[in-house]
Design a protein around this ligand. Sequence first.
Ligand SMILES: [Zn+2]
Length: 165
Amino acid sequence: MAENIGIPFLEGHYSPTLDLWPIEAKEFNRIHTFYDNLKEGKYTTTKCRGCGYISYPPRVICPECYSDDLEWIELPTRGKVITFVEKSIAIPIGFGEPLIDAWIDLGKDSPVRHVFSRVINCESGAIKEGDEVRFVVFDVPGHPIEWRKEKWIAERVYFAFEPVK
Ligand SMILES: [Zn+2]
């Protein structure tokens, strides 16, 4: 069995009900391009080619005009913390402490002005409103895939922001 599989606290076993992360493989996820872009370090979302509406998170259909003719656009990878929540108790299983979630301002020129994201690589008590943060991509445990009699481990990544030191 591959090394990077399953849930670390289950010692390598895989339990879908305890999986915290999206299935990113193109066979199971219509916004898999978002994750492919993450693997290249790009932060992206969808823009409608018909009416120009920008969705975040990315979508497969435009919520304004129902077109599925969407294109992928890049978002800025730096922003400023507007406000945040830092949890040090009752952390959901699988996450470390502190668990920090923040509203982040990507700037007035960004196609999406505000995003909600986890902030990682940050010690307890170290973050404050107005701090500069940057986009960061990290590995998450691989997902076992079974598709048309083939089996493989789909590598996965996810994103967060981290303080700019
Ligand atoms: Zn549209």
